[in-house]
Design a protein around this ligand. Structure first.
Ligand code: TYD
Ligand code: MG
Length: 444
């Protein structure tokens, strides 16, 4: 039985009767009739046939991936972009989204049909950049356009393998009931592109702006709709850019890709640990840890600075790591080693502005604090791994292998590991520790 309801174009709120002004968003003349033919049970008599899921498709996801031949990009995507998927790349303005996509699109265009639509920059601007960083020869197709209906028609006509739309927030739909650039219209754009990707099997990458508080602007709902969401991040003073997946329907979400911004665009950083270790030499307050991001161990330096406090409430300035983790470890050291960290100001950071969260860095934090307090560096280039219990015991960590392998590859001479992890064989000098008292001997 047909049932008449009314809905507002601007906020989607539904009503039982027509009103001139929407009580929800206060917009005038935005409420129109909406006819729903659905009753509590479907009126259709049509029956669909079902079949065993795994017998329905004989193509695996991996076969449908498009590789860019850029290891860092492919790794972050879990092996390449999946055909028929819609992907979002977001990040601060000027971080390098357009540059990265131009380079990736060019790379894939060597073997596939790729079209880059720019809704923010002119053909002249993008062509000048392409000439500078890609050279004269590229098979990449380009169009400066922000009318999404025209973009969709072009894709249906051209049948590309990969489409870039930079940026989705600047696109509009001709006959949309929603205002241009409104959240509802961006969501509608997302819906249309999802349908388009599924029907043409083209992989689509959209860029999206970010707000001041670091969230993807406006279309949070777009994140739920699309298949993958990536953030391109970096610090101003460091030219390294990190591609981080926060949603991936086809792969792991914690894999990172590393790039470096140079005069000639972005370059892959396949050996990020080489760069991380470049400025690291044994010094009071510094220790190295190995931190697993996705499948890759990162060799990071922890830096501690402790000094007698002149304040009633000593200062704790901690970045890159949970505040409570450092405070807890300082308390454990105070309890068992009788060092009055509660009367010391503590400054603590992770090198290169990385943010880490892992219990296997406990021992590294303890050593950094002790090393600063005692003004004694570790004698050799040392990586420290281990979890600390409240009783002062050192607990083993899981999967120590990848950490030790990476440390060995980068010329680390010594590794301090929990005693129960000592059964792992390595050419490095492995020093086993069982409790917190043994840490002092390492600094003598
Ligand atoms: P862009 O890709 O336009 O950023 P987004 O699309 O995320 O807004 O990058 C612009 C910045 O990158 C700009 O500040 C200059 C810098 N850049 C380089 O340093 N080298 C280069 O080769 C290019 C193309 C850009
Ligand atoms: Mg851009």
């Amino acid at each position: 039985m047909a049932k008449t309801t009314f809905a507002c174009h601007s906020c989607n709120q539904e009503f039982f009767k027509w009103q001139g002004c929407c009580p929800n968003c206060q917009n005038w003349n935005s409420i129109t009739e909406k006819i729903s033919t659905k009753s509590s049970f479907t009126a259709s008599t049509k029956v669909l046939s079902v079949a065993i899921l795994t017998e329905q498709a004989n193509i695996t996801i991996d076969e449908q991936r498009i590789s860019s031949q850029w290891l860092e990009w492919d790794r972050a995507f879990g092996g390449g972009i999946v055909r028929g998927s819609v992907n979002i790349l977001t990040g601060d303005p000027g971080i390098g989204k357009s540059t990265l996509l131009l380079q990736i699109a060019h790379q894939i265009a060597q073997t596939h049909h790729v079209i880059y639509f720019s809704s923010e920059e002119s053909t002249h601007q993008v062509a000048a950049r392409a000439r500078r960083i890609l050279g004269q020869k590229t098979k990449l197709y380009f169009l400066a356009e922000n009318n999404l209906d025209l973009i969709i028609n072009t894709i249906i006509q051209e049948r590309p393998d990969l489409v870039i739309i930079d940026a989705i927030q600047n696109c509009f739909l001709e006959n949309s009931p929603h205002t241009n650039n409104s959240i509802n219209q961006i969501r509608e754009c997302g819906f249309k592109l999802m349908q388009l990707a599924k029907s043409t099997n083209a992989a689509i990458i959209l860029t999206a702006h970010i707000t001041k508080d670091g969230q993807m602007a406006g279309p949070k709902t777009l994140e739920h709709l699309v298949d993958t969401v990536f953030y391109l991040q970096g610090e101003d003073h460091w030219q390294v850019r990190i591609l981080r997946s926060i949603k991936n329907r086809f792969g792991p979400t914690n894999e990172l890709g590393f790039f470096e911004m140079a005069q000639t665009g972005l370059h892959e950083l396949t050996d990020i640990n080489k760069l991380l270790l470049e400025n690291s030499t044994p010094a009071p307050g510094a220790t190295l840890i190995s931190y697993l991001e996705g499948s890759r161990p990162l060799l990071l330096e922890l830096q501690a600075l402790t000094l007698p406090s002149k304040l009633n409430l000593p200062q704790r300035v901690i970045t890159g790591i949970e505040h409570i983790q450092v405070i807890l470890i300082a308390a454990i050291l105070e309890k068992y080693l009788k060092i009055k960290f509660s009367q010391q100001d503590i400054f603590f950071k992770v090198s290169s502005d990385f943010k880490i969260r892992s219990n296997s860095s406990d021992l590294g934090i303890a050593l950094a604090l002790l090393s600063s307090y005692m003004q004694t560096p570790l004698k050799q280039k040392t990586v420290t791994l281990g979890e600390l219990s409240l009783t002062g015991k050192i607990k083993p960590i899981q999967q120590i292998g990848p950490h030790l392998k990476e440390a060995e590859r980068f010329g680390i001479e010594q590794c301090i590991v929990p005693k129960q992890n000592l059964n792992y064989s390595s050419n490095m000098n492995l020093v086993a520790v069982e409790n917190i008292y043994e840490l002092l001997q390492l600094l003598e």
